[in-house]
Write a protein that binds this ligand. Sequence first.
Ligand code: C2E
Ligand code: MG
Ligand code: MG
Length: 574
Amino acid sequence: MTASAPEQQFHKTNPLFAEIVQQTADLVLVTDTRGEIVYVNPAWERCTGYSSEEVLGQRPSILSSGKHDRAFFQRIWDLLVAGQSAQEIVINKTRSGELFYEEKTLTPVRNQDGQILFFVSIGKDITRQLQQEDKLTYLTHYDPLTDLPNRRLLADRLEQRIQEETPFALLCLGLDRFKSINESLGNRLGDELLKQTAERLQTCLPDDATLSRSSGDEFLVLLKNIKNARSAAYMAHKMIHELERPFDLGATETYISASVGITLYPADGQNSDQLLNNADIALHRAKQAGGQNYCYFTDQLTREAINRFQMENQLRQALLHKEFYLEYQPRISLVDGHLRGVEALLRWQQPDGTRVSPAEFIPQLEEMGLITSVGEWVLHSACLQASQWQQAGFPDFKVSVNLSAKQFMQKDLCQIVDKCLQHAGLDAAFLELEVTESLMIEDLKSSVTMLQNLRDMGVSLAIDDFGAGYSSLGYLKHLPVNTLKIDKAFIRDLAEDVADAAIVQAVITMAHRMGLEVTAEGVEEADQLDLLVSLGCEEVQGFYLARPMSAERLQTWLVEPKEYSKHLLPLGLY
Ligand code: C2E
Ligand code: MG
Ligand code: MG
C-alpha cells in the first residue's frame, strides 16, 4: 500500500515519541481526517490479530462486532470532527472473530494552526477485567453448585414482585434427613444429589417460576400468578412427587424425600424477609409432621401457638384437679369369644364437660415433659383396676397400657412398672405394654434391651398401630414382643379393598410364623369381623365389639349377651 500524504506527515514525528507509541501496551490506532487508518501499534496488532499492512488505508469498522448501532459511531465521529475527544467502551471483533471489550479515548490531533490532522485512539483491552467482575456478580447472585439464583437474588426478585403488588407464592423446599444422607454418601455424591435435585425441580416448575438454592439442602421457589392456596399446594405436591423417584448416583440408587413450606403474598408477610422467614417456619412444621409433606404458614400457626399455650395451662389445671380418668376397651378372642384383655385409654374431661381426644393432648403432655408422670399414673391406676377385678372374682384378663416414646426412654421404666405391679398386687402376666414402631426405630439396640428387660419381668409386649409408620419387617425379628396390633387404617376398608386384605393376610401369616399373636384394631363392622375370622386373626378390638367404657360399665358389659357372638361361630375349629 502506498503511503498517503497524511501518513508521511505522521511518520515525521519525533523518533523517541514514535518509539514510546510503538512499545506501549495500550492499543494505539491513528486515522486521518477521512477516517482511514494510517497507523496501528504492535499492541493493537497483537490484540486484534490484524497486521499493520492489512489495515492501513482501511477504516476502523473492520473490527465491527455488530454490537453497536450506526448512531453510536456517528456520535463519536461528530465529537471528533467538532474537535472534541470521546471516551467509550467499544465491543470489537478480532480477526479470528472473538469479541473483546476496548475501553478507549479518541482524540483529534491538531497542528500549530489548530487544524485537525489525525484522530488518535488509545485503548485497553478490558475483556478479562469485565469477565472477573461478571464472575463476581455471578458469585454474589448465583449458587455455583447448581447454577441457580441464590437466596439474595431471590430476595431481590421477591422485592420486585412486592412492588408490583400482585399475589404470588413463596415455597421453601427442604430434603428430609439430608444431613445423614450426605454423611453416608460423602460430600461429592451429596453435591451430585443436590445438582440432580435442582435439575428435577427445574423441569417440573412452570417457566416463569424462579427456583433458587438458598442454602445446604434448601430450595426456594417463587411462583407468579398463583391464584389461591390450593394451586400453591399443587406445585408443592408436584415437587415432592418429582423427588420420589430414585436418584442415580453411580454405584447405588438413592431415595430421598422432601418437605415444603408454603407462604402466600400478601397474607403471610409484607416484605421479603418476613416471607422468607415464614416459609422457613412452614417448612420446619412440615418436617416436624414427619416429612414428605407440605405445610402452609398462614395465621393458623399463630393461632395454634395460642391454642397450645391455652391447652398447656388447662392441662396443668387438669393435673391439679384430677380431670384425667381411664376407660377400658375390651379385646376379644376370636378363638373362644372370651374377653382376652382390656386396653386402658386415657381420658380428659374439662370442668365444662368438654372431652379432649388423647391424640390431641398426649403430644402436648409429651412436649411439656408431663407425660412421664401422667403415664405413671395411668400405669398405676390400670394395674390397680385389674387387681380389683381379679379380687372381685371376674375371669382373668390382661390390662394393656400405652407407653409414649418419652416413657419408653426412661432409664428406670422397669422399676416404675415393677413398683406399680407390686403396689397393686398384680401378677406381671396380666399386664401388657403397647409401644409403637416409630419409637423403636430411633435406637433399635437400646429398645431391644428395654423390651427384653420388661419381658424378663413377665410383662407382655405389643407393637401398637403396626403398619401405620415405618413398618420395617426386617427389624421386627429383633424385637422380643408377643403381639402385633394391626393399625385400624388397614381394617377400615378391609372388606372392600383387596390390597388391604392382602396386607392384613400377609401380616397375620408372617406374625404367626414368627410366633407372634395378632390383634386387629378398629373393627367397626360385622363384615370386617367375618373376614378377620377367615384370615385366622386371633384377637379383635373395635367399636363393633365394644367401645371404650368405664370400669363400672365393663362389669355389667361382661355379663350382657353379645350381638357379635354369632359371628364367632364356628370357632371350635381353631
Ligand atoms: P391406640 O393405642 O391405637 O388406641 C386405640 C384407639 O382407637 C383409641 O382411641 C380407641 O378409642 C380407638 N378405637 C377403638 N376402636 C375403634 C373403632 O372401631 N373405630 C375407630 N375409628 N377407633 C377405634 P383414643 O382413645 O382416642 O386414643 C388415641 C390414641 O391415644 C391411642 O391409640 C394411644 O396411642 C393414645 N393413648 C390413649 N391413652 C393413652 C395413654 O394412657 N398413654 C399414652 N402414652 N397414649 C395413650
Ligand atoms: Mg394402643
Ligand atoms: Mg393402636
